[in-house]
Ligand binder design. Structure first.
Ligand code: HEC
Ligand code: HEC
Length: 374
């Protein structure tokens, strides 16, 4: 019968795996990271030192931690820190309270926001890397998460062949890629695919395996980073860039700072206006054909703004004579708006039948269309 791996065994095991391999990397890190304060206490400057780890040992511990009261976030985080304790840099991590990451369970105390494993592993990366590097590595981890098939085939195999320490749930579980870093979407999509309830042991075991999988991936990324061999592989869905061309920072709408897949929540065609209206101009506004057209007594003029703006709309006859001001320098919010023309001129008299043009002005730019009064 196979023995269960205790936390102590793990400590020893990963020490053996990593001894030697890490000496080169650590030599540099340790030299400048230790400081001693006035009382003689040793303080370690951030980022803390890293030593090459065995992703498979971390996968197993991440999984087992889930069932040992750590849940997903602290489970994944603790697996990495515990592994580091067994290396040449272990003394730095000797008294680390890894359970502080417990709040990440269920995407933040059950709120279903960022998957807890990503909270825990993001913290682990940011513990050992400066911002510029951790941004890149965490971006890669989150992107990979949205596309990976969870639980991974490796995890399913460990479960069925009893290579995890906790072998209570040793079934193969259905796999899916959820397209999102969010706990809610990840868990609920999997429940739909696998046909298990969110309160089932199968769902919990699935999240235990994901904790191991994400911790293992994190270690692979960190190993590669510190070995100088990291290459980003995540390719985001193309719609993110196309939506952000207008909605992202500096775009004409300039109101969204998101790297998640827009289409998953908004659909591929989320606009109540036609985006094509904005396509061929650098303008931040558009005006539609009036309706009804032709019209008898009154008609509606509809316009869209890509950002809050002051709008003026005037009506002229074909000789260029000013007939009526509909609005002057009125402030409107971003979005679609409409105003009425009641078919009268400045004097309040009914305008004659015939063609008219209406002109919309925003700042120094104008758009003009014509309409027919009968
Ligand atoms: C996890 C779901 C989710 C994702 C992913 C997402 N959004 Fe949203 N977005 C929302 C919700 C919810 C709102 C607020 C409700 C609403 O207005 O639809 C919102 C609001 C918006 C609004 C403002 C809507 C308004 O009425 O003014 C825009 C624009 C927008 N999102 C664009 C994007 C873009 C672009 C992306 C991708 C880069 C994106 N969103 C990704 C859920 C999402
Ligand atoms: C060519 C520029 C452009 C592109 C590309 C674009 N949008 Fe918009 N989007 C706009 C403008 C302009 C508005 C504001 C007009 C309005 O609110 O009526 C808008 C409004 C929205 C709104 C608010 C709801 C609504 O009906 O107006 C959402 C949500 C939104 N966009 C999501 C997206 C998503 C998701 C994508 C990618 C699939 C995307 N947009 C691509 C220009 C763009």
């Amino acid at each position: 019968m196979k023995e269960k791996i205790t936390r102590n065994d793990f400590f020893k095991k990963s020490a053996i795996i990593t001894a030697g391999v890490t000496a080169g990397v650590m030599g540099v890190g340790m030299l400048n990271s230790k400081k001693v304060d006035a009382e003689g206490f040793s303080k370690t400057a951030w980022p803390w030192p890293y030593a090459t780890l065995d992703p498979e040992a971390v996968r197993i511990l991440g999984h087992d931690n889930f069932w040992a009261g750590y849940a997903c976030s602290a489970g994944a985080f603790d697996a990495i820190v515990t592994a580091l304790q067994g290396t040449s840099v272990g003394s730095t991590y000797a008294e680390f309270p890894t359970k502080m990451m417990i709040f990440g369970h269920g995407g933040g105390v059950g709120w279903g926001t960022l998957c807890g494993t990503l909270i825990g592993c993001g913290a682990a990366i940011a513990l050992v890397c400066e911002k510029a590097d951790s941004d890149i590595l965490i971006n890669e981890l989150y992107g990979w998460y949205t596309q990976a098939q969870f639980p991974t085939t490796i995890s399913n195999t460990y479960a069925t062949t009893h290579q995890f320490g906790n072998t209570t749930h040793d079934m193969t579980l259905d796999q899916n890629a959820c397209g999102s870093p969010l706990c809610h979407i990840s868990v609920t999509e999997w429940c739909n695919v696998a046909n298990f309830g969110v309160g089932s042991n199968e769902r919990k075991e699935r999240c235990a395996r994901v904790a191991g999988d994400v911790a293992a991936k994190t270690v692979e990324l960190l190993n590669a980073h510190f070995a100088g061999t990291f290459v980003a592989a995540y390719v985001p869905p193309a719609t993110i860039a196309s939506c952000n061309a207008c909605h992202g920072g500096g775009g004409i709408v300039d109101n969204v700072a998101v790297k998640q897949d827009c289409v998953q929540c908004h659909g591929a065609d989320p606009h109540s206006i036609s985006v094509a209206e904005f396509d061929n101009s650098q303008d931040n506004f558009a005006i539609k054909q009036n309706f009804p057209n032709p019209f008898g007594s009154e008609t509606t003029l509809e316009f869209s703004l890509a950002k809050p703006s002051k709008v003026t709309i005037d009506v002229y006859n074909l000789n260029g004579q000013h007939i009526k001001t509909i609005i002057t320098d009125e402030q409107y919010n971003m979005g679609r708006h409409s105003v009425e023309w009641d078919g009268t001129d400045v004097m309040g008299q009914k305008a004659k039948s015939g063609m008219y043009v209406y002109r919309m002005r925003v700042g120094h730019k104008t758009l003009t269309k014509s309409m027919m009064k009968i």
